[in-house]
Design a protein around this ligand. Structure first.
Ligand SMILES: NC(=O)c1ccc[n+]([C@@H]2O[C@H](COP(=O)([O-])OP(=O)(O)OC[C@H]3O[C@@H](n4cnc5c(N)ncnc54)[C@H](OP(=O)(O)O)[C@@H]3O)[C@@H](O)[C@H]2O)c1
Length: 255
């Protein structure tokens, strides 16, 4: 099977789904030439697992990126650009996110704002700042149509952000998380509509309920299984599925 893309950047790859994405990409039979594994605490204890992984795979390039810090995002764009030289970035995966288990009675404005900063403003600014590199990839690909191998922005979303489903609010109140992911979904739709003519695909993907720090031990899905599904779904995305909201098995979800 062909590589998913020549170059891929994943935000929040210090642990959980992001770390597993980088792990599986690097171990694939035809790994991308450049896997930009980003994390906000590259030098410190939170970056340890990623540093150990990168030491085993020359395709992994470690890049510092805190999605709420514009200087950090711009530093990451410069670092990635200098690795890619005259090539663009094919695939940006906005995976970094936070979940706050706040109820209606306990929430405060700071928690709402912080969730929006990380889950909505962060991915949007990351997409905006990496746009020149994505455009370069779209133009230089020598292919038509939309695909992750040409140029794409994938936002890792959640079923809990679906207004159409509005799943079990009493069991999962999570106002900051759910509202911010619903807003991120709108960002995905807008990006898909705006960037389609420039050859850049955009989609939202729900990874399932996954055993990670965020998903907790109660989650039924292992990160390994979820990520295997996500990578298969990404490989199949096309013109027809740009602007879609899909789960890790490729099922379409209501916005
Ligand atoms: N797990 C689930 O069941 C589930 C379900 C649906 C959707 N999702 C979505 O999947 C994505 C990954 O979730 P996960 O389960 O892997 O969560 P996780 O284990 O809690 O990992 C979250 C990742 O995001 C990073 N991060 C947080 N704030 C950041 C910032 N300001 N800048 C850069 N990175 C930041 C964390 O970095 P640090 O290590 O530095 O904190 C960590 O790498 C999220 O977008 C989440 O909403 C997860």
């Amino acid at each position: 099977m062909a590589a998913l893309a020549r170059s891929i950047l994943v935000t929040g790859s210090s642990r959980g789904i992001g770390l597993e994405l980088v792990t599986q990409l690097a171990a694939s039979p035809r790994p991308p030439q450049h896997i930009f594994a980003t994390c906000r605490d590259l030098e410190g204890p939170r970056g340890k697992a990623l540093r150990e992984l990168a030491a085993q795979h020359p395709s992994i390039k470690l890049v510092q990126l805190d999605v709420v810090n514009l200087a950090s995002i711009r530093g990451a764009v410069r670092a990635v650009g200098s690795h890619l030289k005259d090539q663009g970035l094919n695939l940006l995966v906005n995976n970094a996110g936070v979940s706050l288990h706040t109820t209606l009675r306990s929430l405060d404005s700071q928690e709402m704002l912080s969730a929006f900063a990380i889950n909505v403003v962060g991915p949007l600014l990351v997409a905006k700042e990496f746009l020149p590199l994505l455009e370069k990839a779209a133009k230089g690909a020598g292919k038509r149509g939309l695909s992750c191998s040409r140029a794409a922005v994938i936002n890792v979303s959640t079923k809990l952000g679906s207004i159409g489903l509005c799943l079990g609010v009493p069991e999962a109140p999570m106002y900051p998380y759910r509202a911010s992911k619903a807003a991120q979904n709108m960002v995905t739709r807008c990006l898909a509509a705006e960037l389609r003519d420039q050859g850049i695909l955009c989609a939202a993907i729900h990874p399932g309920w996954v055993k990670t720090d965020m998903g907790t031990e109660k989650a039924p899905l292992m990160a390994e299984h979820s990520v295997r599904g996500i990578l298969t779904v990404l490989a199949g995305l096309s013109q027809d599925t740009s602007g879609a909201f899909l789960d890790w098995e490729g099922n379409s979800l209501p916005w």
